[in-house]
Design a protein around this ligand. Structure first.
Ligand SMILES: [Zn+2]
Length: 257
């Protein structure tokens, strides 16, 4: 079977937020501010439409006061994707801004690393204060209920899930963070999600300040850079550059490759 060349879209569903720059570039520039956006990604090609990360639910967005928030399902509609019919969703990691919207995709198979699932859903340590800051309990309960069903696809390590689409375990930001390697017309691209908040991290080796394991993180950077055909094809989780420097295909939607 011929492997299709996929396209990757970035869809902004909230932001921009002003944050201390040190939060997104590990204690550098302590007195500066950086802007961040919140995203959902879409991979399209052949017959496939795959969603990478679910965004935030309307309930939690309200609770957390997310500015410029739009329900991710509305942003998806702008490029003709009906969330209710989506069949496959990759969850890169179980932080609220990436997983809270899980119930917006009621039919989808959910691909998540087993180590990530086990930590957030089963390990009492995940109930400690720093972890709760980035948790949506509702989404985690939803995930827990999926256990044992066909829909939950727990992945161990690196695995091709469709021709030309491979999940790569890339821990550091979280215990079982994963990224998605995608065959495109420009070569192998990586949807890195929060392996880096900003593009610059892949050049400077400076990740965000939201760390579970820095040594693992550096190894993940080596792995991601080695896998991508070019450093320009590695896409971060929160960089506003993704809205500014790529062709716009709809309101708050760009084609990255
Ligand atoms: Zn994030």
């Amino acid at each position: 079977m011929k492997i299709p060349n996929y396209e990757i879209y970035a869809l902004k569903y909230a932001g921009p937020f002003a944050r201390p720059k040190a939060m997104v570039t590990w204690f550098t520039d302590l007195d500066q501010i950086a802007l961040v956006d919140y995203y959902v990604f879409v991979i399209r090609g052949g017959e496939q439409t795959i969603i990478v990360d679910c965004g935030c639910s309307p309930q939690l967005a309200k609770k957390r006061n997310l500015i410029h928030y739009v329900n991710p399902t509305e942003v998806l509609k702008r490029i003709g994707v009906d969330a209710r019919k989506v069949e496959n969703v990759v969850v890169t990691h179980i932080h609220f801004d990436h997983v809270s919207g899980i119930n917006l995709f009621p039919r989808a198979n959910v691909f998540v690393q087993e180590s990530e699932f086990n930590f957030w859903i089963k390990n009492p340590m995940a109930q400690r204060a720093p972890f709760l800051l980035v948790t949506d309990p509702m989404a985690n309960r939803y995930l827990a209920k999926l256990q044992g069903t066909e829909r939950l696809r727990l992945i161990r390590g690196d695995r091709q899930i469709f021709p030309g689409i491979e999940l790569l375990r890339a821990p550091g930001h979280t215990i079982g963070h994963q990224v998605v390697a995608v065959q495109t017309a420009k070569g192998k691209a990586i949807i890195g999600s929060d392996a880096a908040h900003m593009f610059s991290s892949y050049r400077t080796d400076i990740p965000s300040a939201l760390i579970t394991d820095m040594i693992a993180w550096m190894k993940s950077y080596d792995k991601i850079r080695q896998k991508a055909s070019s450093i320009d094809l590695i896409f971060p989780g929160h960089d506003p550059g993704m809205m500014q420097n790529y062709p716009k295909v709809a309101e708050d939607v760009t084609r990255l490759v």
